[in-house]
Write a protein that binds this ligand. Structure first.
Ligand code: 5GP
Ligand code: ZN
Length: 114
């Protein structure tokens, strides 16, 4: 990814505070925030602050907190059923070219959507 792509990257702009988000967790290397188009109540995104489009573009030391943070979010929501998803490339339904892990709680049937 070129610098110009990075400057235009919506998640880099969220990291810099140029675009607001509902922040759930932040450390030196990692940010978690609510998805703007949630598939269920509590749908969150966990991202490395390091800019890269695909998983293979991110150095290992910028990935080490991702799953521990996803676990914190699962515990915070109390979700018993949930998906952790990470899409790479258009054909795999990736829309934002900055690596992100979805944490999507799945409500029980009785609880309905959201
Ligand atoms: P993808 O399809 O790339 O795996 O998922 C991108 C996700 O980013 C989508 O679920 C979309 O709702 C979310 N998203 C896109 N733009 C923004 C934004 O500006 N703020 C937040 N919080 N989420 C965003
Ligand atoms: Zn970025």
């Amino acid at each position: 990814e070129s610098f110009s792509n990075m400057a235009a990257c919506i998640f880099c702009r969220i990291i810099k505070g140029e675009i607001p988000c509902f922040k759930l967790f932040e450390s030196e290397k990692t940010l978690a925030f609510l998805d703007i188009g949630p598939l269920s109540k509590g749908h969150a995104l966990v991202i490395p602050k390091y800019h890269g489009a695909k998983l293979t573009d991110i150095p290992d030391d910028h990935l080490s907190e991702i799953l521990p943070v996803a676990k914190k979010l699962v515990n915070a929501t109390g979700a018993e059923n949930y998906n952790i998803l990470q899409n790479n490339g258009r054909a795999a339904h990736q829309e934002v070219d900055h690596v992100h892990f979805h944490m999507i709680p799945k409500p029980n049937e009785q609880e309905g959507l959201g």
